[in-house]
Every structure is written in structure tokens, then in C-alpha cells.
Ligand binder design. Structure first.
Ligand code: MG
Length: 203
């Protein structure tokens, strides 16, 4: 378990290779929940097509990692052990206006020495501050099935996981009733950086 304020590395890993790497700060880490804060200004790695250098939505062709700086929002991610999603919150920059929730369907996280490893499952749910919601990137999941990246059965299970979160959301159960919208980071926390070894993937 990490302590509040410690660095934590969040990585998406596809078939043994890094797809995305982001540095974050621990907000909470216990047996029920890991909360990680991603501050504006943090430098992260994102995938681009090896041949064209274009941004990529899914690992369908070969990719390389490109440096990027996160500026768009203040971003909190909530991870529960053993479940195939994380729940995110966004606030605007520079003012602190709560912009809503986001359900990121993804693998259950695995702990590594530096942080958490998982892979994104493409389909997402955008949730407004009033808890109205809509699916996002359904086309991306359909495309992944059509090109044979994943199976239809796999895609169906991703959608069922999303439906389970929607039930919790509509029941206003945790974490949607826990007051995370008014959370603020400790102003003394530095913007986290990718740690030494961020690019080493355990076998
Ligand atoms: Mg996603």
C-alpha cells in the first residue's frame, strides 16, 4: 500500500507492450479503493502510429510512444480491486468547476512495483455532473470486433460491465454518493513525473 502523496504510475499495457503511461499521485490506497490524481502539466506517453505518427485509438497496427503534456483537466481516477472499470472525475482548468464523471471500462488492475497496470477496453460512459449518462466510443468497440482485434463475446462482456456500473449510477450508490466532486488535491504536491523504469514491463 502506498501513502497519500506518493507517486503512482498508471500504465495501459497491450500484449506485453506499453500503450499509455501516466504519472499520478496517490490520494487513497487501501484494500477497497485506490484513488490517483493526475495534475495538469504532467508529462505522459501516448501511442502514435509507427509509420504515420498519427494518434491511435486502438492497438490495431504497430505503434510507438510519443511525449505529451496533459493540460485539459484535473483528473481523479478511482480503482476498485477486481472490477473491469475505473471511475474518473474531471474538473476544469484553471477554475475548479466539476465537469463530470467518466466510466472507463478496462481490465481489473494489477499492481506493479511502480503502480498499476491494465488495458483500456475502448467502450466508455460519459456521466454529466447531474448523473445523466451516455455511451462513448461504441463505434471503436465495433471496429475492434470487425478487424478481429477482440471477439464479439469479449465486447458483449465489456458492455455488460458498463451496464452494471449504470445500475450503480442510477441507484446513486458509491462512489457516486461519496462526495468526491468536492475533493481537492493537497496544493503542496508537485506535478508527478514518469519514474525511472516506467518503460520496463514485467513478464
Ligand atoms: Mg476508455
Amino acid at each position: 500500500m502506498r501513502r497519500i502523496g506518493d507517486p503512482i504510475l498508471l500504465r495501459e499495457i497491450f500484449r506485453g507492450r506499453i500503450w499509455v503511461a501516466r504519472p499520478a499521485t496517490v490520494v487513497r490506497d487501501d484494500s477497497r479503493l485506490i484513488a490517483a490524481y493526475l495534475a495538469p502539466g504532467m508529462r505522459w506517453k501516448r501511442p502514435v502510429d509507427s509509420a504515420t505518427g498519427e494518434r491511435m485509438r486502438m492497438p490495431a497496427t504497430s505503434w510507438r510512444l510519443q511525449d505529451a503534456v496533459w493540460e485539459r483537466s484535473r483528473w481523479l481516477q478511482l480503482f476498485e480491486p477486481g472490477v473491469a472499470h475505473a471511475i474518473h472525475l474531471w474538473w476544469s482548468v484553471p477554475e475548479w468547476r466539476f465537469a463530470g464523471w467518466y466510466v472507463n471500462l478496462q481490465e481489473p488492475f494489477r499492481r506493479s512495483a511502480l503502480g498499476l497496470n491494465y488495458m483500456d477496453h475502448m467502450l466508455d460512459i460519459v456521466v454529466d455532473p447531474d448523473l445523466s449518462w451516455r455511451w462513448k466510443d461504441e463505434d471503436e468497440l465495433d471496429e475492434a470486433v470487425s478487424i478481429g482485434l477482440v471477439t464479439q463475446a469479449w465486447a458483449d462482456e465489456v458492455r455488460r460491465e458498463g451496464e452494471r456500473v449504470i445500475e450503480r449510477l442510477e441507484a446513486r450508490s458509491s462512489p457516486f454518493c461519496d462526495g468526491w466532486e468536492s475533493w481537492h488535491p493537497d496544493p503542496s504536491w508537485p506535478v508527478p513525473e514518469l519514474p525511472v523504469g516506467w518503460d520496463k514491463v514485467p513478464r
